[in-house]
Ligand binder design. Structure first.
Ligand code: SAH
Ligand code: SF4
Length: 411
């Protein structure tokens, strides 16, 4: 069963629309402290000698309290709040849709205003509640330039990179909707889960290739992990890449988050077909970059993601080759049952095959959890994301449901 927020309801719509960002004003969200200070001074509303203090106040309101209106910043004078409002935006994106899966997974479709000559864009963000933690899966691009053959996002052309503000806005808005800013009143209409910490982890595993949008992703993740703000530990942030080798070292050095590699094959011939960026950066270079990842240790392992595709990469020979390939690297192997989407020619491996594969890898000494597919009923699972611009036709949805009922990959 799928729950969908009814945004045709006029009250809900008005409440959400009133929080939608005004496109013409510069946003303070996503700026570093230095950039924020510079913006305040350049706007002529804060004298230089006060800039540091004002940034500190704003930082706290934006990232600890989670407010989305200047009027709520009570320790700032009314005149300054008005001036801030005239010059800057801190509002959330428009929520076009919020879907809640039977298993508690949520998927939002967010709309961001046009930038430059472009059009407004829509992206998806997914929240996955688990025992004792909650993971937010964040998008880095609208669409993707890469064309991994098993990925739904890969069939959508790149529209544009998201800005640091838009990457962070996904986290802030998700926390609003989950009631996850404890020092603040829960916004009207938010549907708050019963218990547990809400967003404790984030993964850059939504739409897009984060390392093709390095600077914005870096800026957003440094703000998300800033100890005086959102304060997520870098160990609870994972960036997943299809293998953009030249940016891997910098990811560790400059961002310092956990790394996941979308491996999916243990030889170049097959990986060229599944993850075509492999033709540019083949396995040898990729594995070499992994060995050199800053901070790598048994306590900070690289996660290798491996999608289980029936009769494609799921034999015991494949498992052996995988173990051989990763020899000596502190690694976890995450087996992902393939999530089907309309138009794909792939099928998910049988459950028995996945378990055999996992056993082999476990016996070779690797933790190899099988990722339980979550939120499939709302197309929120890995690789199923694709935004409104290319939303499924009703006939495609029905076809997908039929695939699931037929047992294709339903674990
Ligand atoms: N572009 C980045 C991050 C987003 S994809 C990357 O490729 O790593 C997040 C993960 O979902 C990747 O490991 C990706 O390979 C996997 N994935 C994509 N499509 C999938 C599908 N249909 N079923 C299961 N996993 C999929
Ligand atoms: Fe892009 Fe990642 Fe999908 Fe490949 S798997 S097409 S890199 S989003």
């Amino acid at each position: 069963m799928t729950f969908s927020l009814d945004i045709t309801d006029s009250n809900t719509r008005a409440a959400l629309a009133s929080r939608a960002a005004a496109p013409q004003k510069a946003s303070l969200v996503g700026l570093s402290r230095a950039e924020m200070a510079e913006a305040l001074v350049a706007a002529g509303i804060v004298p230089e000698r006060q800039a540091r203090m004002r940034v500190q106040q704003l930082w706290h309101w934006l990232y600890v309290r989670g407010v989305s209106e200047f009027s709520q910043m009570f320790n700032i004078s009314k005149d300054l709040r008005t001036a801030l409002h005239q010059h800057f935006a801190i509002a959330r994106p428009e929520i076009v849709e919020e879907q809640i899966s039977a298993d508690g997974t949520r998927k939002w479709l967010f709309r961001f205003p046009a930038r430059g000559a472009g059009r407004p864009v829509e992206i998806e963000t997914v929240y996955i509640p688990e025992e004792g933690r909650g993971t937010l899966c964040i998008s880095s691009q609208v669409g993707c330039t890469l064309t991994c053959s098993f990925c739904h996002t890969g069939t959508q052309k790149l529209v544009r990179n998201l800005t640091a503000e838009e990457i962070l806005a996904q986290l802030l808005t998700a926390r609003d909707r989950l009631g996850d800013f404890p020092d603040r009143d829960t916004p009207a209409g938010a549907i708050v889960p019963a218990d547990g910490r809400k967003v404790s982890n984030i993964v850059m595993m939504g739409m897009g290739e984060p390392l093709y949008n390095f600077e914005a992703v870096k800026q957003a993740l440094l703000i998300a992990s800033d100890g005086d703000g959102l304060a997520l530990s870098k160990r609870r942030i994972t960036l997943s890449t299809s293998g953009v080798v030249p940016e891997i070292f910098r990811t560790g050095e400059e961002i310092g988050v956990m790394l996941a590699i979308s491996l999916h094959a243990s030889n170049d011939d097959l990986r060229d077909l599944l993850v075509p960026i492999n033709k540019k950066y083949p396995l040898k270079d990729l594995i070499d970059a992994c060995r050199k990842y800053p901070g790598l240790s048994n306590a900070r392992r690289i996660t290798f993601e491996y999608v289980m595709l029936k009769d494609v990469n799921d034999s015991l020979e494949d498992a052996k080759a995988l173990v051989q390939l990763l020899k000596g690297i502190p690694a976890k192997i995450n087996l992902i049952p393939f999530n089907p989407w309309p138009g794909t020619n792939y099928q998910c491996s049988d459950w028995e095959t996945i378990e055999k594969f996992a056993d082999f890898i476990n016996n070779a000494g690797y933790a190899s959890p099988i990722r339980t597919p979550r939120g499939r009923d709302i197309l929120a699972a890995c690789g199923q994301l694709k935004s409104e611009s290319e939303r499924l036709k009703k006939s495609e949805r029905l076809a997908l449901e039929a695939m699931m009922i037929a047992g294709h990959g339903e674990a």
